[in-house]
Design a protein around this ligand. Structure first.
Ligand code: NAP
Ligand code: ZN
Ligand code: ZN
Length: 364
């Protein structure tokens, strides 16, 4: 392993080593094996050997530069579960041999108002995301979980409840928290009728979590083949969104809608399903704007909102909630070499319901 040194933003000299990863040098190039630098653990860092990494549609949007601003080479992956292999001198939360999990954030300013409220995802100085941010230690991009190991400040490492399967827990680190946070914020619970739009990685976690919170859950899907699964996952009803008669059953009936669709779609037909004061929250992030008709909102005092992942305290709360309710993701395990094929299947909505990479396959 080649070792190099760089100056961190703090002026300290940071040692790093080269590790194996899977990523892409350009938007139109398939992912393949490459090497990136990881810092050696500093005082408060833990080093994690990555066992499993979930495949989020955001990985695909970023690798292909659909949101613009991708820094290449890009190593995606922000649903990370692994084993801690070394810890810095001052680490108190973890020891070697523990399981640790990392989601979408690896650092933030720690002192702005949002950070002090545990809303690091909205850090005023700009959070450091697990991949495609500027790494304050090495001055390169941050590189994500499609890699053999990662080094993270202990404050940004989560604990996994002991009763949960590790591979099926990985998707909780993004798909889980991204759906849990808005469901909590908009007070989803008993006596609430909740719509979940798009039964993919995020959507299927939204169904499980909203159900565990006590809501009545209706899934809106473009895929007739997902009807039985939606019910098995806990939905009380399933609607084929292309069928106007089925859609009309819910006009003006829903308290809250979680929209987890990754591609262009008509937002107005879902806004029209909300009751007075109902909210539709976007977590899905298609590349292009979604036009909203004023009269989808005005006559019923409806709200159209967005929500981004979740902060560290809420991510731990979500993991503990999942531990208590025995909730994990439905996964299809893949080898790292199948990642390009998995991306193609994501684009077809052909995932049941999250690909998880067995990272041992990177060593083969
Ligand atoms: P995914 O697994 O690919 O699921 C997306 C689902 O959207 C599909 O399974 C499909 O469900 C539906 N869909 C796809 N194409 C569609 C179309 N043309 N029209 C209508 N529906 C369509 O993706 P994911 O990983 O869950 O991510 C979903 C979105 O959330 C992505 O844009 C991702 O970047 C974003 N995201 C946002 C955050 C955040 O913090 N806000 C965090 C993570 C991910 P049906 O077959 O049921 O229709
Ligand atoms: Zn994600
Ligand atoms: Zn901050």
């Amino acid at each position: 392993m080649e070792a190099t040194k760089a100056k961190a933003e703090t002026g300290r000299t940071i040692s790093s080593k080269s590790i194996k990863a899977f990523g892409t040098p350009a938007a139109d190039t398939p992912l393949g094996q490459l090497n990136v630098q990881r810092r050696k653990p500093t005082t408060h860092d833990v080093e994690i050997e990555i066992l499993y990494c979930g495949v989020c549609h955001s990985d695909l949007h970023t690798a292909r530069n659909e949101w613009h601003g991708t820094i290449y080479p890009c190593v995606p992956g922000h649903e990370i579960v692994g084993k801690i292999t070394s810890v810095g001198n001052a680490v108190s939360k973890f020891k070697v041999g523990d399981v640790g999990a990392v989601g979408c954030l690896v650092d933030s300013c720690r002192h702005c108002q949002y950070c002090s409220e545990g809303l690091e995802q909205y850090c005023e100085a700009g959070q450091v995301q697990t991949y495609n941010s500027l790494d304050p230690y090495l001055g390169t991009a941050t590189y994500g979980g499609y890699s053999e190991s990662i080094v993270v400040h202990e404050d940004f490492v989560l604990r996994v409840p002991e009763n949960l399967d590790l591979a099926a827990t990985a998707p909780l680190l993004c798909a889980g928290i991204t759906t849990y946070s808005p469901l909590k914020h908009w007070k989803v619970g008993p006596d609430k009728k909740v719509g979940v739009v798009g039964l993919g990685g995020l959507g299927h976690m939204g169904v499980k979590l909203a159900k565990a919170m006590g809501a009545e859950v209706i899934v809106f899907t473009t895929s007739p083949s997902k009807f039985n699964d939606a019910k098995r996952l806990g939905a009380d009803d399933v609607v084929l969104s292309s069928d106007q008669e089925q859609m009309a059953r819910y006009t003006g009936k829903l308290h809250f809608i979680l929209d987890a669709v990754s591609a262009q779609h008509d937002i107005n037909m879902y806004l029209n399903l909300l009751r007075v004061d109902g909210s539709l929250t976007l977590v899905g992030a298609p590349e292009h704007p979604l036009p909203v008709a004023p009269f989808s909102l005005i006559p019923m005092r409806r709200s159209f909102a967005g929500s981004m992942i979740g902060g560290l305290p809420e991510t731990q709360e979500m993991l503990d909630f999942c531990g208590k309710h025995n909730i994990v993701s439905d996964i299809e395990m893949i080898d790292i070499k199948q990642i390009n094929e998995a991306y193609d299947r994501l684009l077809k909505g052909d995932v049941k319901y999250r690909f998880v990479i067995d990272m041992a396959s990177l060593k083969k």
